[in-house]
Design a protein around this ligand. Structure first.
Ligand SMILES: NC(=O)c1ccc[n+]([C@@H]2O[C@H](COP(=O)([O-])OP(=O)(O)OC[C@H]3O[C@@H](n4cnc5c(N)ncnc54)[C@H](O)[C@@H]3O)[C@@H](O)[C@H]2O)c1
Length: 333
């Protein structure tokens, strides 16, 4: 008989409600053992709905609910304390992206996890979706890439709202938030660029008070000669998500759940589609993490894999401030 792992949910907002709590109800290898949020009302509602103990303090949750692992979905700057508390208690972590809000924090948390001997897996769903790893093998067919174009946009009616509108709470704007998924694909497929030149703006809601960018454009270049850009916006619709990588023999385009190989003239050579294209069910990620904890699966999204993401973001934000190119490698703590 399978012994279910005890999971606790910290942060009971949108992502917990839409993904992780339903995921815990549907997965095969874990069960919910407790919930926690700084908002007592949310704790009371979730604890009653799921019939588990509720806490407003993460240390109390760890001590009393005694979970095997914690799923963390809190505003970005609140993540450090919660991960550190889990490491201190020797409790494994599934962390909503981003792993950390800057390179120093990323290095510190990676060291804490290693010292405590805990697993931490960052939930970048595309890593666990069959189409995205398949793109890696198709990439070989285009020859040495010379151009990369990424775009991830959608329209959120109020980019100034809540913690996402404040750098102090979010650690950045759309680039660090939704842009993290696009950056993850770029780094996975092509590695860390040698130069980035970024421009960011918080201008989509004139008169509203917010300082976390709603739109960012990052030019990037590699010493190999490959160059391109990423455009990320949470104010400029329509919803689009794609990454196109071009080499002498063709272009590989990755969209939500679809990968397409085209020849240099744009004719389709082959494509892979997953139906339904999305979602990559949250229950799959939770079960995968349970297998990582059992030692029967690898963790493709651990702390060390995410140090370059923090360096990329730090370089992009430094470049946006100085208006000069920055080398992400110099930001690897
Ligand atoms: N992977 C994805 O596609 C995806 C999608 C959406 C959000 N996210 C991530 O999920 C996380 C949460 O985003 P959200 O949209 O659910 O935000 P949200 O604002 O809806 O919810 C955050 C919750 O955390 C609580 N909270 C704040 N500080 C806390 C603390 N110190 N301890 C415990 N709880 C605390 C808040 O009260 C709130 O209930 C973020 O890291 C975000 O980037 C990921």
């Amino acid at each position: 008989m399978t012994v279910l792992k005890r999971a606790a949910m910290v942060g009971l907002g949108g992502q917990a409600t839409s993904d992780h709590l339903p995921g815990l109800a549907q997965c095969h290898l874990a069960e919910l053992a407790g919930v926690c949020d700084v908002d007592a009302g949310r704790v009371a509602a979730a604890a009653a709905a799921h019939r588990v103990p509720g806490f407003t303090d993460v240390e109390q949750l760890l001590e009393q609910a005694r979970p095997d692992f914690v799923i963390i979905a809190v505003p970005h700057r609140a993540g450090h304390h919660v991960v550190a508390a889990c490491a201190e208690a020797g409790v494994h972590v599934m962390k909503e992206k981003p792993f950390a809000t800057n390179p120093q924090e990323a290095a510190e948390l990676a060291a804490l996890c290693e010292k405590a001997g805990i697993e931490l897996m960052v939930t970048v769903q595309r890593r666990f979706h069959p189409v995205y790893p398949a793109a890696l093998s198709l990439l070989e067919q285009i020859g040495a890439p010379y151009l990369v174009e990424g775009r991830y946009t959608f329209h959120c009616p109020d980019p100034a709202a809540g913690w996402r509108g404040r750098v102090k709470l979010a650690g950045g704007g759309c680039l660090a938030d939704m842009g993290y998924h696009l950056i993850d694909l770029l780094l996975w497929y092509l590695g860390l660029p040698d130069r980035v030149l970024a421009t960011v703006s918080a201008a989509a809601a004139p008169g509203a008070e917010y300082d976390a960018e709603d739109t960012a454009l990052v030019h990037l270049a590699y010493d190999s000669g490959l160059y391109g850009s990423l455009l990320v916006s949470r104010s400029a619709g329509p919803k689009t998500e794609h990454l196109a990588i071009t080499g002498p023999h063709g272009t590989l385009t990755i969209e939500r759940g679809i990968v397409r190989l085209t020849d240099p003239a744009g004719q389709i050579v082959e494509s892979l589609v997953r139906n339904p294209a999305w979602p990559c069910p949250p229950a799959v990620l939770i079960d995968r993490f349970c297998r990582v904890l059992d030692g029967t699966a690898l963790n493709p999204s651990g702390p060390t894999e995410h140090l370059p993401h923090a360096a990329f973001l730090a370089a992009a934000y430094a470049s946006a401030t100085t208006n000069r190119p920055a080398d992400p490698k110099e930001f690897l703590a």
